[in-house]
Design a protein around this ligand. Structure first.
Ligand code: GUN
Ligand code: ZN
Length: 429
């Protein structure tokens, strides 16, 4: 048993649905008790301290906020090393920068070294679970899972499916993609805390046959994930219309191949029709909102209020390497600015909800992670207010929790994450 003490915050529901006051639990001086890697109890120190025998063993974090680990609902591990590539929007960026880098992941050792670096970056940023794109190479997934397993992480990953409109060296076929994905599911899905995502890159690089095969595989393994991109940029949407003229829009391409559902996650959704939002909600599919990427590639301003009105499941994604930071804190800041440009609000409770329980719900992992309810896996982080002078000063002037959280979203980043715990054990960061 391990006991932690500090300021503690976690969410129990969506502040936009139940109201801010009902959405979170907060203890200015809290105690978190972990047993066998899972949450045993959480509460205020007045109540819980008397129940603890060995008070000298309590791990105390003053001037810090203890939160559930962040959940990144969309990121590409092979793109780690080409983050910050200049000057292009989505389609040219893929051709000029992304595909050449992904070709290197045919080499298992190379892929494993990048996976190790990538997961270290995630832990340093306070991210403990992610939904991750690999490359078209089967071994790129094996490399990723082998490292994630060593680190005892809850991670979801999948082999990219793409059989057209990209370099030939990066193409699989509808059949080989299906067979290799199936072999990976059998080898890795639900091994420890690892889970598999069937991962068609996006409609433009997948033939109709490949999308149909992906749907067939999903029907055979209904508890795996489906992970792809959707309605990210105007040029991409126009291309999909050209490639699939008989379909009723971009989402319909995936829908007709039976790819929507409770464990289907679509990255971006920047330009969605109301009917598409309705269909996403109806099928309980989720959108990964990736603000740093949408700004970096000039893709557009995500319509959060539209998604909320239609009750679409939502998480935050970094989308590195189109995203410009692994930090969900930096991601929250850019999400706020995008909503400002739309004339909409993005309050800090919603931001921290989406980065924790909201992300967990988007990934159908709300029974495993996302908050400190008893029995959940003890993945949590410690954000220290004093790791930069500016944040320390601003927090000192904060009059209430709202101001404090908002200052964190604007000013904090990976420098302020002083500890990341995986199943109650301190990870090396
Ligand atoms: N659409 C298809 N592939 C990609 C990718 O690698 N990154 C982003 N941001 N969008 C994509
Ligand atoms: Zn992406």
């Amino acid at each position: 048993m391990k006991v932690f003490r500090g300021e503690i915050l976690y969410f129990v529901d969506d502040p936009a649905v139940v109201g801010i006051e009902q959405s979170y639990h907060y203890f200015t001086d809290g105690i978190l008790i972990v047993e066998n890697g899972h949450i045993k109890a959480v509460g205020c120190s007045e109540q819980l301290l008397p129940t603890i025998a060995d008070k000298q063993d309590i791990i105390h974090y003053p001037n810090s906020l203890i939160l559930p680990g962040f959940v990144d609902t969309h990121v590409h591990y092979p793109q780690t090393e080409m983050i910050a590539s200049y000057g292009e929007q989505l389609l040219a960026w893929l051709e000029h920068y992304t595909y050449p880098v992904e070709e290197k992941f045919a080499d298992f050792d190379y892929a494993q070294a990048v996976a190790r670096f990538f997961l270290q970056q995630l832990l340093q940023a306070g991210t403990t679970t992610a939904l991750v794109f690999a490359t078209v190479h089967k071994s790129s997934v094996e490399a990723f899972f082998s490292v994630a397993q060593q680190k005892k992480l809850r991670m979801i990953c999948g082999k990219v499916l793409m059989d057209r409109n990209c370099p030939e060296t990066l193409q699989d076929t509808a059949e080989s993609g299906y067979q290799e994905s199936k072999a990976l599911i059998q080898a890795w899905h639900k091994k420890d805390r690892l889970q598999y995502a069937i991962t068609p890159r996006f409609a433009p690089t997948c033939s109709q046959e490949q999308l149909n095969k992906a749907g067939q595989l999903l029907a055979e393994y209904p508890d795996v994930y489906l992970h792809t991109h959707l309605c990210e940029s105007e040029a991409e949407i126009a291309w999909v219309k050209k490639l699939f003229p008989q379909h009723n829009g971009y989402l319909d391409v995936y829908d007709q191949s039976h790819l929507l559902g409770r464990r289907s996650i679509f990255a971006h959704g920047v330009h969605l029709q109301d009917a598409e939002c309705q269909r996403l909600a109806q099928t309980q599919s989720a959108i990964a909102f990736c603000p740093t990427s949408n700004l970096f590639l000039g893709s557009g301003l995500f319509n959060l209020s539209q998604a909320e009105q239609h009750n679409v499941n939502l998480g935050l994604g970094t989308d590195v390497g189109a995203g410009t930071s692994f930090s969900l804190l930096r991601t929250m800041a850019e999400a706020y600015k995008i909503q400002q440009l739309r004339g909409d609000k993005f309050d800090p409770y919603k931001a921290f909800y989406l980065a924790t329980l909201g992300g967990a719900k988007a990934l159908d992992l709300q029974d495993n992670i996302g908050n400190f309810m008893q029995g959940k896996e003890a993945d949590f982080i410690v954000i220290n207010y004093q790791q930069s002078d500016l944040l320390a000063k601003r927090i000192h002037k904060a009059n209430n929790l709202t101001e404090k959280l908002f200052a964190l979203t604007m000013l904090a980043d990976e420098r302020h994450i002083i500890a990341t715990y995986i199943l109650g054990e301190l990870a090396e960061i």
